[in-house]
Design a protein around this ligand. Structure first.
Ligand code: SF4
Length: 251
């Protein structure tokens, strides 16, 4: 894996767009307010020196059509503030898939949107990702979205991955106490009296983490070892890992 934080800006620019694309949480902040959105989508082709079949203008209109922007030729000339939040996120998706990247990183792309628009955007992202055959890393706090979209899940706590598993294994049989706590705190539609159990305490200060395991001040399984040694990510079975000295094991 290329460590992009160490790349020079020009090398990073080469990587972005056709290998890796990003979709941000706040599309209004991510789009440039002083250029029409068609110009900004076309910039993807200009920066990479690409001339799509039919020309750049045609490609922009096709992309806007693909992400469900009505009247795309007229809308391409408008500015970001002339679009709703959901429409702006669609424009971000059009930019992300313009050069058919290998990987799309979507960083909480629906958090700022209302629930019905969230569902539309998730559906759109999934469709355009499949169409361009890209992989997607979807960063979210919403376990419902995880269940719907993900094949594999990496659970993060205090900036570290603490568990990885395929989505079915994680929901059926999580091993890390934080993953177990997260799942227990989700409302369930299939049971009226399922109790919601909150994880005790609150997230630690990222610049003053507890010694050893960062989750130990909130973990009911914590023992002395947890304060002494940071638990490494260890194999828990085929395709599964967890970073815990005393993982939750199947009964
Ligand atoms: S290492 Fe210890 S404190 Fe951390 S999650 Fe596992 S049992 Fe809990």
């Amino acid at each position: 894996m290329v460590k992009s934080t160490r790349l020079r800006p020009c090398s990073r620019r080469d990587l972005c767009g056709d290998r890796v694309a990003l979709i941000f949480q706040d599309a209004l902040a991510a789009l440039n307010p002083v250029y029409p959105i068609g110009w900004q989508i076309a910039e993807m082709f200009r920066i990479h020196g690409l001339q799509p079949d039919g020309g750049v203008d045609r490609a922009v209109i096709d992309l806007l059509t693909a992400v469900g922007i009505p009247d795309p030729a007229r809308r391409a000339k408008q500015y970001p503030h002339e679009f709703s939040g959901g429409m702006r996120q669609r424009i971000m998706i059009a930019m992300a898939v313009a050069l058919e990247p290998d990987v799309i990183i979507a960083d909480e792309p629906t958090t700022a949107l209302d629930v019905t628009i969230q569902a539309q955007i998730i559906d759109l992202l999934d469709r355009v990702r499949k169409r361009s055959d890209a992989g997607m890393i979807f960063i979210t706090h919403d376990l419902g979205v995880v269940a719907e979209l993900a094949d594999r899940v990496g659970v993060m706590y205090a900036g570290r991955i603490v568990e990885t598993a395929n989505v079915f294994e994680l929901f059926e049989d999580a091993r890390h106490p934080y993953s177990v706590g997260l799942l227990a705190s989700q409302p369930r539609m299939d049971s009226e009296d399922a109790e919601l159990v909150a994880i005790a305490g609150s997230a630690p200060n990222p610049v003053a983490l507890p010694s050893g395991c960062a989750f130990r001040t909130r973990c009911s399984r914590a023992r002395e070892l947890c304060a002494q040694i940071v638990p490494p990510l260890e194999i828990m079975g085929p395709g599964r890992q967890a970073a815990c000295h005393f993982p939750v094991l199947p009964a």
